[in-house]
Design a protein around this ligand. Sequence first.
Ligand code: 4AD
Ligand code: MG
Length: 447
Amino acid sequence: MTTQQHIRISDIANHAGKEVTLKGWLANRRGSGKIQFLHLRDGTGYIQGVMGVQDVDEDTFAKVKKTGQEASVIVTGIVNKEERAPYCGHELHVKAVEVVGDSAEYPIAKKAHGDAFLMDNRHLWLRSRRQNLILRVRATLVKAIRDYLDDNGFLLVDSPIFTPNACEGTSTLFETEWFDGRSAYLSQSGQLYQEATAMAFGKTYCFGPTFRAEKSKTRRHLNEFWMVEPEAAFMTLEEDMDLMENFLQSIIKTAIEKHGDELESILERDLTHLKAATEPFYRLHYDEAIEKIQELHAKEENPEVKKLLAIEWGSDFGSRHETELTKLYDRPVMVYGFPSQIKAFYFKKWDGRPEVSRSVDVLAPEGYGEIIGGGEREPSLENLISEIEQHGLDQKDVEWYLDLRRYGSVPHAGFGLGLERTVAWVCGISHVRETIPFARTLDRLNP
Ligand code: 4AD
Ligand code: MG
């Protein structure tokens, strides 16, 4: 069903040989006093319009010749199938142009701009071809994630954004004041609530924004990011790992099917590693991962990198550790069994090895590093209470959570996938700030 008379460029092939009206913007314009080439975009695609001086009235030709980049226009013309035409294998033989809103001195010109300038102009930068593709890949991944979980028996149950306590540790909470003077915090993760909903519905997930007051200025950190968090009752760590693998393979496959060609042509993405991600992932115990990183450290000749690669059993990976470790593999690696001391309070301990948690991180290849964190939860009330104490959390804030262990506690597990890091990996781009419409980082709250 369409509610509008004009057509969209994504649908142009269905109109070959016919007269159509397009509504959009002039991404670019070049030509002479005799012929003008109008690079039209409408958000769904691009097409070249060819306007000869005799094709339109004199006023129109003169006016269009003066319009600036990103002026908005309504263009009528005949669609011509033309293999050699730029963009979409079709071009438009222009018969009439109406300038809706002119645009003088558009700030983002053809020349290269710095990152800070582009981020300051994010509201305009979103119109570029590259940003358009990245955000369409994001939308595809969101849909693929929801489809996968909906089709595999998980019910969407939203977790709250305002929370009374920490989920992932107290150090990175954004705090605000609640009506009664108590502190409220923006959610770092919906997991604790998913544990409650998994006990009510069996398998559930939430998918929404999460907030971390990390003062990290890295290419993988945002202060507001989106996370999908599935959680299932009666699921073990091993089953959780199978789920992560199957889930990631499915969404990556969808992204390649839908955007593979554009990823190659617009972002120059080499799809080799992405395609390999549809094969079984590597599984590596933390103990083995530490050994491998220590070997890399021993072999490293650059003293600065060597310093960053130093690690002992018991430490968490820094991004350099993850980067170098994942370079050893052509597919995602699941590192499991992290030391309990570096993981959140809710992880179940390894049988016979309480210093090890039943946790797992999925590391993406090509240096992208952690995109999923998850594992099996502590089912015992007693153990959980002692962990809560050791992590400096206030038991009275999480009494409701402890009820889940008092009334029919079961083995259960889940995970959280960071959407922006996944989009960055799929698109092969170096910084997560381009994977979310309006990034929130240490030094950016605008636009
Ligand atoms: O490993 P994390 O902290 O795990 C959790 O929050 C669990 N409660 C999830 C669960 O089991 N339900 O975060 C999960 C993922 C990371 O692997 C990463 O992809 C992403 O969230 N993430 C970030 N993405 C962008 N910026 C940040 N600051 C991020 N912190 C985590
Ligand atoms: Mg993590």
